[in-house]
Design a protein around this ligand. Sequence first.
Ligand code: DGL
Length: 284
Amino acid sequence: MATIETAQNRNRPIGVFDSGLGGLTALKEIRAILPEEDLVYFGDTGRVPYGSRSRETICRYAEQDMRFLLSESACKAVVVACGTVSANALEQLKRHYTVPIIGVIEPAVEAAVRSSKNGKIGVIATPSSIASGAYTRALLAQDQSLSVTSAACSLFVPLVENGFIDPDDPIPTLTAERYLAPIRDAGVDTLILGCTHYPLLKPIIQRVLPHVALIDTGMEAAHRLSILLKEEALSCDGNSCGKGTTQFFVSDEPQDFAQAAARFLGLHPNAQFPIVRRVNIEAY
Ligand code: DGL
């Protein structure tokens, strides 16, 4: 029989955070596989991008994002839906908080190793994720004989944040061709989209690399979350919790976020987007 404490924990929402819109790709997957869970999303839209900042700044931002989710919503688990934070600050966050925290690197790396037939794996991510070496380390920890080719794609996040995601648009297409040339030349058969913004460019990336399996970090993290909730007896029991609500918080203009988020989540243009609240994240 569940203890009272376990039952109370089950009733709490799951926190998901990212520097901006990218984490919505993870949120969408979480919603699809855990429809009954209550979710709280924080997008640090006032301070995006994280991926060109120092590790010290990324760690400070990540601590504030965590404190916001834990103090305002008492989340039962947190998904760091950001490759940059996962690469630079995950260990620190895990040391500072007792709540289960899921990053995007490990689940993606495991999926990539399962997918690759020729042992040649590519990683694309933000400059600071690539500079951290976190993806390469995690891949080689799985299998030392892997050949890993990585590329920092600094322009992808601004393109996504500004809505340049149409597969027929020459601007993101030319950008992708430039960034992905070394990945193609290395003959990889599997590519980790190591930043949660990148799945929004998936059709473009797939067109440039038609025979390469693309690993979506948000999707893999969502699967890891559902396993962890079961293991920790934290899955919503469908009684007192589990209305499948999603609350959205951002650190800049809510209206801009709501419009872009509705598009990214694939909502009907006439669908009413939930209220997005603005947070003074520097206060946390
Ligand atoms: N979506 C994030 C990531 O996965 C961060 C992008 C950024 O803020 O630079 O790395």
